[in-house]
Design a protein around this ligand. Structure first.
Ligand code: TMP
Ligand code: ZN
Length: 411
């Protein structure tokens, strides 16, 4: 069990949720793996009373987690579109052709490609060799490294300081976020802008989205706790907006200098205070809410099966592993999961060992019900699978309680 906060060092850490012992959510199993026992690690959340940050208890060494990565951002049109819109917005500047844009945790290069197609110099940094290879093949130069203060300095020297630095869905995953932020500070031009996105803990609480809690995901930030880390790195939050990715994320803009008017920041910080997210009170009911969400899901699935129905899952996301391992009666009923990522097909979800097939399998097997495990992409998935719906198949999402969905009303 962790004894002190990874960001501020305080030992005033209070447990707020335990999900028991769980396998690594993205370590999909191959058929030969099925003959081995799986390693399980405790999955517990702690609240830091000093800097308000919510974080995992024990941690798993990062090399066990990220050297090969099953997550390819380009599997989702929603992600690609979000990247396009953002890049277009940020490049409305006359000097843009001379810019240098860096992305930390650039994955398969889907975001940098938007800049590159406008003739802007880009560099990606990502530790997972398999996604780096895909990025390079599509023409996005990428260093295969863990980003840090050292790497930030080195890129500033070997290349040049960056006009824009993106870091999407990484600040919650690295063991030392302040070091990553210092690296951003070291690489950013004096007038540069850093754009950081992460899932917002407020939305985790709203949805009881405990399935977004897994070993790779060390931190569950509010703007308040994120700002504390940013300050520790000598940077400033200058603006914030809520975006509709991963069930509700914050996109925070950082600069090397403080700016005067920050109404959006003040509004979100105030909202968090009102919600109790800057004290223990906002997290105290979580354990109880998680138990009742699991119970409701298992009851719904029992009743589907009791009525002679069959159940499949859609999306072999990390959250699928977490949800199904926490809800064994649901996992027993889910006979297979489909996913569009070729890497995942033919493998098995860890722990519950449910097989993963290509999406076409859904129409072949025609289960009466399909649980959208990747509920953050429910609309995109349902629009692809309209034929399944026309033939009588029913989609439902799991949290905070099972809900039947049709296109356009999944949120
Ligand atoms: P994520 O929730 O961690 O982003 O993972 C989403 C998973 O869902 C990922 O493995 C890809 C899969 N997926 C599909 O299979 N079909 C789709 O249409 C979309 C958007 C995602
Ligand atoms: Zn702390």
């Amino acid at each position: 069990m962790m004894s002190s906060c990874r960001v501020c060092g305080s030992s005033a850490m209070v447990p707020v949720l335990s999900l028991g012992e769980q396998p690594l959510a993205n370590h999909l199993l191959t058929a030969p793996d099925l003959s081995d026992e799986e390693d399980l690690y405790p999955l517990d959340l702690l609240y830091c009373e000093s800097c308000t940050l919510v974080q995992l208890g024990a941690s798993v060494p990062p090399s066990d987690l990220f050297d090969e990565y099953a997550y390819f951002s380009s599997q989702s049109q929603t992600m690609i579109r979000s990247g396009q819109t953002l890049a277009e917005r940020l490049t409305r500047d006359p000097s843009v052709e001379d810019w240098f844009v860096v992305e930390v945790a650039s994955n398969d290069g889907y975001l940098l490609q938007q800049y590159r197609s406008n003739g802007i110099a880009v560099l990606g940094v990502d530790p997972a060799a398999n996604v780096v290879q895909v990025a390079r093949e599509r023409g996005v130069p990428t260093l295969c490294e863990y980003f840090s203060e050292d790497i930030g300095r080195r890129i500033a020297t070997d290349y040049r300081p960056a006009n824009i630095i993106h870091a999407n869905n990484v600040i919650a995953h690295v063991p030392d976020p302040v070091d990553l932020l210092k690296g951003i500070g070291a690489l950013l031009r004096e007038d540069g802008l850093a754009v950081i996105e992460f899932p917002w803990v407020a939305r985790l609480i709203d949805r009881t989205a405990f399935d977004t809690i897994y070993h790779e995901h060390l931190f569950y930030y509010s703007l308040t706790s994120f700002q504390n880390a940013v300050r520790a790195a000598g940077l400033y939050c200058t603006d914030v907006e809520e975006i509709d990715l991963h069930g509700g994320s914050l996109r925070v803009f950082l600069r090397r200098q403080q700016e005067e008017e920050v109404p959006n920041l003040r509004r979100v910080l105030e909202y968090e205070r009102e919600r109790g997210l800057t004290s223990l009170s906002g997290y105290q009911l979580l354990q109880q809410k998680v138990h009742s969400s699991i119970e409701l899901l298992e009851n719904e699935i029992d009743s589907i099966v009791g009525d002679g129905g069959t159940v499949a899952g859609y999306g072999a996301a990390a959250k699928a592993t977490v949800l199904l391992n926490a809800a064994p009666r649901a996992a027993d009923a889910v006979t297979f999961v489909v996913d569009s990522t070729p890497y995942k097909q033919g493998r098995f979800l860890p722990g519950v060992r449910i097989p993963i097939y290509p999406p076409e399998h859904l129409m072949m097997a025609m289960p009466t019900h399909t649980l959208i495990l990747a509920w953050n992409f429910a609309d995109e998935i349902m629009s692809k699978e309209s034929e399944y719906i026309e033939r009588g198949g029913r989609f439902f999402v799991p949290l905070p309680e099972p809900q039947y969905v049709t296109r356009g009303e999944s949120r």
